[in-house]
Design a protein. Structure first.
Length: 236
């Protein structure tokens, strides 16, 4: 199956189905207006698009000439992207300035930076992990000295990962927790998911930062510990 996005004067373009020989096309509008819509609902959209593609190649139904010059990028704007533009000499210089050694894997595995805007956190989505693990509201988790220390260390580890990526925020763990405590007795989204039997956001909130920490050689032992405990908690 071949798909393309045509320039249409809109930010996301217009999705079309393209014939196998790249000479004819047909609007995908009966199924989806944009490729992003297809990706968001792939299970339902794929069979319908495949049927349009099969009909187009068999000469069934109307079609029009396809001109690749009229195409935009497949996804004119995307929620996430990967950037492989980190050159070895640049990475070596940066790590040398920090007094860090160059991991051997960097010479064989591409170093990728991931950017995304598809999972912004809401006001209550702060340090979700410990409240989900303890099934406590945020105020109780923050007021208890032991769990407060764990949550503060996680925030500080996340901030350290950000600094290694060039993102510096004027805040620290205790100050961030004080902001969360001021919101009162609320349940984080992860705790609400746990109580409702829904999948937890462990990959997005813990595993992804841990992957960055490993790539950037930033210690994050508390985050790693809570990640393992949460996975055990939900049977992963």
């Amino acid at each position: 199956m071949k798909l393309a996005t045509l320039k249409s004067g809109t930010r996301d373009g217009r999705l079309v189905v393209v014939s196998r020989d790249l000479t004819r096309m047909r609007s995908a509008a009966p199924v989806a207006a944009t490729l992003q819509q297809v990706l968001d609902g792939w299970a339902a959209a794929a069979p319908a698009l495949q049927a349009l593609y099969d009909d187009l190649n068999a000469g069934r139904g109307s079609s029009e000439p396809f001109d690749a010059a009229g195409c935009a990028a497949p996804l004119p704007r995307a929620y996430q992207w990967l950037d492989a533009s980190a050159y070895l000499n640049h990475v070596e210089l940066v790590r040398r300035a920090r007094g860090a050694d160059m991991p051997a894997s960097f010479y064989t595995d591409p170093l990728m930076y991931q950017g995304g805007s598809d999972d912004f956190l809401g006001a209550h989505d702060v340090t979700d992990d410990v409240p989900a693990l303890t099934q406590a509201t945020v105020d109780r988790a923050i007021e208890r000295p032991g769990t407060h220390a764990i949550m503060a260390r996680i925030v500080d580890e996340m901030l350290a990962i950000g600094r290694a990526m060039g993102i510096v925020l004027d805040i620290d763990g205790p100050r961030r927790l004080a902001m969360a405590r001021a919101l009162g007795a609320f349940k984080t989204s992860m705790l609400q998911d746990l109580e409702a039997g829904r999948p937890l956001e462990i990959d997005a909130l813990l595993s992804a930062p841990l992957e960055l920490a490993q790539a950037l050689d930033v210690p994050a032992p508390t985050t790693a510990m809570v990640n393992e405990l949460l996975r055990l908690r939900v049977g992963q």
